[in-house]
Design a protein around this ligand. Structure first.
Ligand code: GLA
Ligand code: ZN
Length: 682
């Protein structure tokens, strides 16, 4: 985000504001309340397409003009949305091609939102026109800090337009039908195609028998890629239309964390900055929330991101919608900032009176005044953000550990029929992440395209798909002294989901120094076990039965016919080492494994704290910002030395919210859900 007219930079604070849902006579009071809450940015125009465009030719911006003038007069920044997340009803009636066809093959009617076919000529034409008109009209507003294209893009379409576009996409990618036959392995079950026009979309009417269950992984995988690309194309077309008028205003769209249908790593290349919507459920593991922030930060190589939405108090769409307990909203806001956010924004400013979000939390509740717990908490945070100022803006996170995450791998691993259909990429990644996170070890999420050379440890859970050249990159990393940890069911296929023959783990065999001969999918409740550093741990879900070639076995299975065969191995490879963990174990195992490995590799925690206190650091020049976040319901007390990232004792420590100096070594007491932000000068 840019902050063009901000005299004193700070974390911007605010979010979605929909005055079009209200009588104009209420707007001035909203302005008063929002200012009182310390809000300085409003996301406007998220769902106004129908009111802005009445038919093919007639547009009416008069109300938006008044809103823009109002918020400008009151000194608010604007994050201006293009409104293309929900098309008008008249458009759907007149141009039914804009309506999606769902996974079951049903043509949708008008309704809901996020419902436009990404390959609809009508959608593309009119969404781009609208984005361009908005940019042209409001280009002189110097309080626009960012453009917000559409809203939470997602889903998929299986209509005839998409089918035709899919064939074009395939032709561009594979050139010949013979190549399509090869990469999809169509000789299996007599699927040979002679013409691109014989290819139909893979859904419940064709190859699929469930969402993940498909007879042909190749076509389903390519359709997932195609769908993500098609939606991205819509975003890019709007992006170009806006840039014609406002080159210097950055453009984003709000992402959703680990959202499977869209390859965000690819999307991020077309975004000026990443923004995302964080909606933890009540009681969600803080490690899981942290992991999503870290994924989002990784999308643009560690650049700070915007927290575009969170609820100040409650959602309406979860099964159970517990309100955020006192101080939890503040805690989660600072957690986002700690992990790389430069904004704290909400959905939304004011509760609507009708439709499905009338029970969704907002700064201004139905009661309409400021005397509510939620308003007061928002106001307190608003004041604090003024005190905090802009020092943390653009500060970076430094991590010695990276986790590889790859969308193609996600799709492929879950489309795979067998060896275990319960395998979930996210769950495996989380087991590894959590073990590091609970030891306050900072982790970056990287893609297979990222530079790995600055990391000491790279973790690749469930690296089922090894794309062209990625094995070489991993080898280089280990050769040069890096440590790699790979899990079971890795190195199996190439980017087309075709098995690499010659023994698992395929292209990683030499680097890992093992050969996996068989994969045992244990039935639910069944377990094997192994010992690691004197303790016993379970082996679940999948057990790779393997032979060491150059690797050294560290742990062995204890049961069944493969008793005493290796389950964890270590291969020394030139200056580095590559570990293989041949099964799924429990959190205690991953904790012990990484505790031991990080000690060996001299990877130290961000800070030593008590168990429920998360420590996260951002760095900017010679200043370091240490966030200590108490996620427990109890008061936490612990002794701390304020060290720098390089493990030197800091020269000076300051409590950033009170501006008070702190001793370099001290005992800290943190109330439940409380936060301490310490600036350490190195
Ligand atoms: C999403 C949307 C918002 C709103 C919230 C409710 O994040 O972007 O428009 O619906 O969910 O939680
Ligand atoms: Zn479609």
């Amino acid at each position: 985000m840019r902050f063009p007219t901000q005299k004193e930079p700070k974390i911007v604070y605010g979010g979605d504001y929909n005055p079009e849902q209200w009588e104009e006579s209420t707007w001035e009071e909203d302005m008063r309340l929002l200012k009182l809450a310390g809000v300085d940015i409003l996301t406007l125009n998220v769902f106004s397409w129908a009111s802005l465009q009445k038919n093919d030719e007639v547009y009416d911006f008069s109300r938006l003009d008044r809103i823009m003038e109002l918020v400008k007069k009151h000194g608010f920044f604007v994050c201006l949305a293009t409104s293309t997340g929900a098309h008008p009803a008249w458009m759907a009636r007149k141009y039914p091609d804009i309506l999606r066809t769902d996974f079951e093959g049903r043509k949708r009617k008008f309704g809901s939102r996020h419902n436009s076919c990404p390959n609809s000529p009508t959608y593309r034409k009119y969404s781009v026109l609208l984005a361009g008109k908005l940019a042209e009209r409001y280009k002189t507003y110097d309080n626009i800090t960012a453009w917000h294209i559409s809203n939470e893009y997602g889903g998929a379409c299986y209509c005839e337009n998409c089918e035709k576009a899919f064939r074009v996409w395939l032709k561009k990618k594979y050139k010949t039908i013979e190549e399509v036959n090869r990469v999809w392995d169509t000789a299996f079950w007599g699927h040979t195609f002679y013409d691109f026009d014989e290819i139909v979309v893979p859904n419940l009417l064709s190859e699929h028998y469930s969402e993940n269950g498909t007879a042909f992984q190749g076509i389903s995988l390519d359709y997932a890629r195609f769908n993500s690309d098609s939606i991205l194309e819509c975003y890019k077309l709007e992006y170009d239309a806006i840039k014609k008028y406002t080159k210097e205003i950055p453009i984003t769209t709000n992402l959703m964390g680990f959202y499977k249908p869209l390859d965000y790593q690819k999307w991020a290349r077309s975004m000026d900055f990443v923004s995302w919507d964080s909606y933890p459920y009540a009681g969600e593991d803080p490690a899981q929330i942290a992991m999503k922030h870290d994924l989002m930060r990784g999308l643009k190589d560690g650049q700070s991101f915007a927290l575009m939405e969170q609820t100040p108090s409650v959602t309406n769409w979860q099964t159970y919608n517990a309100i955020k307990r006192p101080n939890v909203m503040r805690l989660q806001s600072y957690q986002a900032v700690a992990h790389g956010a430069d904004t704290v924004m909400f959905f939304q400013m004011k509760r609507s009176i009708g439709s499905c979000e009338k029970f969704h939390g907002a700064i201004i509740d139905h009661v309409g005044h400021e005397h509510t717990r939620v308003f007061q908490e928002c106001k307190r945070l608003g004041q604090e953000l003024f005190q905090l100022g802009g020092e943390t803006l653009s500060a970076v996170t430094k991590s010695k550990v990276a986790i590889i995450f790859d969308w193609d791998n996600w799709w492929a691993v879950e489309y795979s029929t067998g060896p275990c259909n319960q395998l979930r990429y996210y769950d495996e990644v989380f087991l590894y992440y959590k073990a590091l996170h609970e030891q306050n070890i900072s982790v970056d999420f990287v893609s297979v395209e990222s530079d790995l050379s600055n990391y000491s440890l790279v973790v690749a859970p469930l690296l089922y798909m090894v794309k062209e050249g990625f094995d070489q990159k991993l080898k280089e990393f280990v050769k040069n002294g890096g440590t790699l940890v790979v899990s079971f069911f890795s190195g199996i296929v190439d980017e087309h989901d075709l098995v690499t023959i010659g023994g698992y783990p395929g292209k990683l065999k030499e680097l890992l120094g093992i050969w996996v001969e068989e994969i045992d999918g244990l039935i639910s409740g069944d377990e094997n076990s192994f010992e690691f550093l004197g303790k016993q741990y379970p082996a679940k879900l999948l057990c790779d039965i393997m032979h060491t070639i150059q690797a050294k076995a560290i742990s062995f299975y204890q049961k069944d016919f493969y008793k005493n065969t290796p389950v964890i191995t270590k291969n020394s490879y030139e200056k580095g080492s590559a570990y293989y963990i041949g099964t799924r174990s429990n959190p205690a195992f991953y904790h012990a494994f990484f505790e031991n490995l990080c000690r060996e590799l001299d990877i130290s925690p961000t800070a030593l704290t008590s168990d429920h206190v998360e420590a996260v650091r951002r760095v900017k020049g010679d200043k370091e910002f240490l966030f200590l976040l108490n996620h427990s319901k109890q008061e936490e007390r612990f002794f701390i030395q304020f060290k720098t990232y390089n493990e030197n004792i800091g020269k000076e420590a300051v409590n950033m919210l009170t501006k008070e100096k702190m001793p370099i070594e001290t005992t800290i007491t943190l109330a439940p859900n409380d936060v301490l932000i310490v600036k350490i000068n190195s």
